[in-house]
Design a binder for this molecule. Structure first.
Ligand code: 5GP
Length: 344
């Protein structure tokens, strides 16, 4: 047994240190980024915030709205050719859509079928809870061999060694995060995880050294956390809970004592397993939970609020653009990041 003594940090353990700046207004801040991906050579421009491939978030309705802001949506693994073809708007927003799959054969076949007819999609996300198995790296390699010009996202991992391994196996972008999610129970069920900000900082460093990119996936609770992800070096930040609870996600609206709520659940929760795979099989336990979120109406204001927060973070540290944010970032460690007197 070994213990690593150096301190690893979560978003809530730090704040940005403000710096002198010549920026006059947050509207001068450019949040758009342009990336060219390592293997696909594909160039993408937009605001690098992504909706997670979770029910109620990774949906076509969300993709339509996010695309207006040039933001990306990872569709859930339930999207097949038929659902995609039935949405006429897909043809206009495909550049901001990611197709997701696990490592099951039927999943791979579903995505292959979509790509056969809709070869315009650029992004494939190979998404498993634990990206540390040898089988996973081999699978990433086989997808790379089959799709040399697609941009492949693979994850999730939280350490530099495995980020490098996935990149060397053919991933353009590595998805980082084990256990930080709003409806994730991995840390409770298994005791496994890594504080998200440190995971982002360490994996970004590893990926950038190899000319690849990373996504900070999970654990953002407010716009400040999104900015901290970018400040830590993330190329993209992926959000589940922060984008859930809206009309566009088409979740179940439930009324309780005159108030409206939307059901939201983790992708490996019991509800998700029952809905999509006919229940959990005998040797697995659920690593996600179900919550009722206050219904939040249209997603437009939520997006504007997130982007406004990130722009403002940039002005506080003197970054004219999102691209400059990590270079302008000094984090200070804190033991209390927020005065919650009136929120209890
Ligand atoms: P959030 O933004 O809600 O904090 O985190 C979203 C991320 O949580 C997703 O992109 C995914 O990586 C992770 N996630 C979603 N559902 C589950 C689940 O059931 N179990 C675990 N361990 N992680 C989940």
């Amino acid at each position: 047994m070994r213990i690593e003594e150096d301190i690893k940090l979560d978003y809530s353990d730090v704040l940005f240190r403000p710096k002198r700046s010549t920026l006059q207004s947050r509207k001068d801040v450019n949040l758009k980024r342009t990336y060219k991906f390592k293997y696909s050579n594909h160039e993408w421009s937009g605001i690098p915030i992504m909706a997670a491939n979770m029910d109620g978030v990774g949906e076509l309705g969300i993709a339509e709205k996010l695309s207006e802001f040039e933001m990306i949506t990872c569709l859930t693994k339930q999207h097949d050719l038929k659902t995609i073809k039935s949405d006429k708007k897909v043809k206009n927003i495909f550049k901001n859509i990611v197709l997701s799959m696990g490592t099951r054969e039927d999943d791979f076949n579903r995505v292959s079928e979509i790509l056969k007819e809709c070869s315009f999609f650029q992004f494939i996300c190979i998404d498993v809870a634990n990206g540390y198995s040898e089988h996973f790296s081999k699978f990433v390699k086989s997808v790379r061999d089959k799709y040399p010009t697609k941009t492949i996202i693979a994850g999730n991992v939280v350490t530099a060694d495995m980020t490098q391994e996935l990149i060397l196996s053919g991933a353009d972008i590595v998805k980082v995060g084990i256990g930080p999610g709003s409806v994730c129970t991995t840390r409770i069920q298994t005791g496994v995880g890594y504080p998200q900000l440190s995971a982002v900082i360490e994996c970004a460093d590893a990926a950038h050294g190899l000319g690849a990119h990373i996504i900070a996936d999970g654990g953002c609770t407010c716009p400040g956390d999104v900015a901290k992800g970018f400040g830590g070096g993330a190329d993209f930040v992926m959000l589940g809970g922060m984008l859930a609870g809206h009309d566009e996600g088409k979740g179940n609206i439930v009324e309780k004592n005159g108030e409206k709520f939307i059901q939201f659940y983790g992708s490996s929760s019991e509800v998700a397993n029952e809905r999509h795979y006919g229940g959990l099989n005998g040797y697995r336990s659920s690593e996600g939970r179900e919550v009722l979120l206050k219904y939040r109406g249209k997603i437009n204001d939520t997006i504007i609020n997130i982007l406004g927060g990130v722009r403002s973070s940039c002005t506080y540290v003197g970054a004219r653009s999102l691209k400059e944010l990590s270079k302008c970032t000094t984090f200070v460690r804190v033991s209390n990041q927020f005065n919650d007197t009136f929120t209890k």
